[in-house]
Design a binder for this molecule. Structure first.
Ligand SMILES: O=C(O)CCC(=O)C(=O)O
Length: 284
């Protein structure tokens, strides 16, 4: 059963998450995935640009720009954050078929350098996300703990930027499996404890983590990271608002990604004792 829009705010307030929410049909999700995978093929010989495609699908593919502006996603995000919405990032979490990649227990807002918690992630499934394929797991109510200390591992198989993990005990038995079909989404709070296990299936597990924020948020560093303005008004000017891409994989859009990567790599790895993280690393 999917969640009615009217129940979203209440469930989210209590648990720190809500799912499943139907966004597009499975057939439409398949088309978006096909467009992504065509892009991956086109960039197969350009590793830096391929990595940018995985971090910035909405800046490089009109199909993903359309997705982050989808009215069902906007309606659900607006129930949580109100009418004015920007997208701070929409990076992909990809677990290849039969691979050990995982995500440790963490809270999203730990390392993003944002000054507030007016953020919600819509995790949009581009393939089946279930226990076998390594779906996310959420701890209900853990968003009420605020941010707890994290330790970095930079572990090889960890998909997080610093391989970070909460430095407190998490009882696995408290967690809920976030099972989604292609075309459905879950929404989670930036302080929610969440993790995910390996993909033991023969298909890729692909999700786009669309980070909706209120325009009143800002980077504590004063940097104006590059966002998409997808609903309502921006009365603050705290971010650089990018236009929707006018075509697929355009050089002008790669240039915008590079501008944003310079900011995010500085912010996300601030204070880290080690280099070699997974996301927003500068080009080789
Ligand atoms: O895709 C996953 O397994 C983890 C995603 C995640 O940590 C997030 O979207 O915040």
């Amino acid at each position: 059963m999917t969640t009615a829009t009217s129940a979203i705010a209440e469930t989210y307030e209590r648990d720190g998450f809500v799912f499943p929410i139907d966004i597009v049909s499975e057939a439409e999700a398949k088309e978006i995935r096909a467009d992504l995978e065509a892009g991956e093929k086109e960039l197969a010989d350009r590793p830096d640009e391929l990595s940018m495609l995985h971090s910035y699908p909405d800046r490089l593919l009109p199909s993903f720009d359309k997705l982050i502006r989808n009215q069902k996603l906007i309606a659900a995000a607006s129930q949580i954050l109100g009418p004015d919405l920007m997208v701070w990032s929409s990076g992909l979490f990809i677990k290849e078929a039969n691979t050990p990649s995982y995500v440790t227990w963490h809270q999203d807002l730990t390392y993003w350098g944002l000054d507030d918690a007016e953020e919600v992630t819509a995790w949009f499934a581009l393939s089946h996300s279930n226990i076998e394929s390594g779906c996310m797991r959420f701890v209900p109510g853990s968003q009420k703990k605020q941010l707890v200390p994290h330790v970095d591992s930079f572990a090889e198989g960890n998909l997080l930027s610093r391989g970070q993990e909460v430095a407190v005990e998490v009882d696995d038995a408290d967690a809920v499996d976030v099972i989604l079909k292609p075309g459905q989404a879950s929404f989670h709070h930036g302080h929610l404890f969440h993790a995910s296990g390996p993909n033991k299936t023969g298909d890729r597990r692909i999700g786009a983590a669309i980070r909706y924020i209120k325009p009143s948020m800002k980077q504590r560093s004063g940097d104006k990271s590059v966002v998409a303005h997808v609903a309502g008004e921006d009365r603050y000017g705290n971010f650089t608002v990018a236009d929707a891409p006018k075509g697929r994989l355009l050089e002008s859009n790669f240039a915008l990604c590079r501008t944003d990567m310079a900011i995010k790599s500085r912010v996300l790895y601030e204070g880290a004792e080690q280099s070699g993280g997974k996301r927003y690393r500068q080009e080789r």
